[in-house]
Design a protein around this ligand. Structure first.
Ligand code: PMV
Length: 309
């Protein structure tokens, strides 16, 4: 039996603009994880996928052709070059909430690729895993930038520009991020297509917003590399303001961002596709409990804290 895990992720800077070629920064969140287990079964069983959280179980043959779990299993087997005739049970489960900007789909796919490739004696590099997961991200998201599969497969802070080599960047002074869930599911595909339609109607305004966000992501990377944490917070606030102008915030996200700032966070912004999902806030050991309390009072459904660096 082979077991593998994959962490969740948050985007620090640059969501949406990254789809249009701007840089973005993302970091893994190890407090939430997806897990995949692969077991060899007696001959004739075929490959069975068990999605524990959804209480579903089906063989590869029974799965619809656009099933994302089927796609990642077949993609991995084809990549390794071992064909699809195996007798295996692949069980997946996850503590990463779905459609909240924490990368649950990419993490489940990554855990499957890791477990399956190791089980068959062909462990794969982070880049190969990322490329395979990107293919299933297209099923979930339509036109993904590729940032989710990259940060989750590399499990390091990444500076990501679409279609360019991924850069892993150093964090000079580790810092704390509070991640608060609005409780509202927001499928990435819908938020991304909303932005696309708005961009088509007003290219000039949106391209200006994308450029400004790209500059913030660059400055954010520099500030993190230099350990200038207060600048990171200020840039988070600025990035959130631009995301609001882009139309991907919501009253609930606004309320959470303001609550975090009132609680003493150095900066706060929505993270991921927006319109729901999570916000992130930059906190210290001194401010973390107060920010946590303010977020819960403002209606956060769940609050977790992670250290970056
Ligand atoms: O999966 P999410 O919700 O973190 O959103 C991904 C970030 C977007 O920039 C909105 C889309 C993308 O493909 O990069």
């Amino acid at each position: 039996m082979t077991v593998a895990y994959a962490s969740g992720k948050v985007i620090l800077f640059g969501e949406h603009a990254v789809v249009y070629g701007q840089p973005a920064l993302a970091v893994p969140v190890t407090q939430v994880q997806a897990q995949a287990t692969v077991e060899t079964e007696p001959e004739g069983q075929d490959i069975t996928i068990v999605a524990e959280d959804l209480e579903q179980s089906y063989t590869l043959e029974q799965a619809p052709p656009d099933d994302a779990l089927r796609a990642i299993v077949v993609g991995t087997l084809e990549h390794i070059g071992v064909g699809t005739k195996h007798d295996l049970t692949i069980t997946v489960s996850s503590t990463i909430p779905i459609a909240r900007g924490l990368g649950s789909g990419a993490a489940i796919s990554t855990a499957i690729v890791r477990a399956l490739s190791r089980h068959l004696g062909h462990p794969l590099s982070p880049q190969a895993i990322s490329n395979l997961v990107y293919e299933t991200e297209k099923i979930h998201h339509g036109t993904p930038s590729g940032i989710d599969n990259t940060v989750i497969a590399f499990e390091k802070p990444v500076y990501f520009v679409r279609d360019q080599k991924t850069e892993i960047f150093p964090v000079k002074s580790p810092f704390l991020l509070t991640i608060a869930d609005s409780g509202i599911a927001s499928p990435t595909r819908i938020a991304v297509s909303h932005v696309r339609r708005a961009w088509e109607r007003g290219r000039e305004k949106y391209e200006e917003l994308f450029d400004e966000i790209g500059t913030i992501a660059e400055m954010g990377r520099q500030a993190i590399e230099r350990g200038e944490i207060e600048t990171v917070g200020r840039l988070m606030n600025e990035n959130h303001r631009l995301l609001q102008l882009m139309g991907v915030s919501s009253p609930e996200l606004k309320g959470l961002v303001e609550a975090a700032r009132e609680g003493g966070a150095l900066g706060a912004k929505l993270s991921g596709a927006g319109r729901g999902g999570n916000i992130i806030a930059l906190v210290t050991q001194e401010t973390r409990s107060r920010v946590d309390m303010m977020l819960r009072l403002a209606g956060a459904k769940n609050v977790i804290i992670t250290e970056v660096g």
